[in-house]
Design a protein around this ligand. Sequence first.
Ligand code: ADP
Length: 262
Amino acid sequence: MSSVASRRPKLSVQEAGKFYDTPTGRTHALDRFSMDVFDGEFICVVGPSGCGKSTLLWSMAGLHALSSGKILLDGQEVVSPSPQIAMVFQEANLLPWRSLQKNLELPFEIRKQAPAHDRIRGLVDRVGLSGFETKFPRELSGGMQQRASIVRALSVDPSLLLMDEPFGALDAFTRDEMNLLIEEIWLETKKTVVFITHSIPEAVFLADRVYVMSARPGRLSKVFDVDIPRPRPLEVQSEAHFVELVAEIKRSIEHKAPARAA
Ligand code: ADP
């Protein structure tokens, strides 16, 4: 019988609301958004551009304060960045004057800890960057830089990995490769992942569940379970069930979008 503790969500977003006040006025970015994510789940959040996806993720990371509601990680309210939470952004954000190895050691330097050399080496090998440790970011392709940022995030062994459109700037082939890689790494590590994307096929390929947000202010519009067995090869994307699920999610977004002014 499972204990109460094991049924507690790893991450719980409870009625999250967010306003931005700027000199030009107030933006209502997030409206009573709730979600529960359980340990080891891979969750994708999709929605139209500007609907508040990044606001939601940054709040999960403790980088933005909510205006209302709360976010709990392992039952503790997230109010500031925590070593338990790592984030991967659309840009790899490697420091150009440091070698790959020195970039990968940076999170440890910031925490005044000795770098976890074995873990870094294992991850570098896992993502195919062995031999590039002394290279500088300008000598690495976009895909390699993003692999490095994934290593940097996982090197500190976080319990929650947040990914903000991490492959949005990559070409289609590299993006497919990265999606396969991230699925493999997730199957091996079973980290809890929240992944933001505006690509519905990417969300269906990666997720256990897809949360759909409405246009701004971002509300939870619908949740879709993805019951496609893993590991999922890239070819799964042409199977009827996959294509139909993508179409259904797309329809749910179009259906909710506000009518355009004439
Ligand atoms: P998404 O990630 O879905 O594209 P965002 O969370 O980036 O959406 O933005 C949601 C809304 O909040 C947008 O209208 C955006 O312009 C606004 N916004 C985001 N960040 C800020 C900020 N720091 N200050 C003011 N407005 C912001």
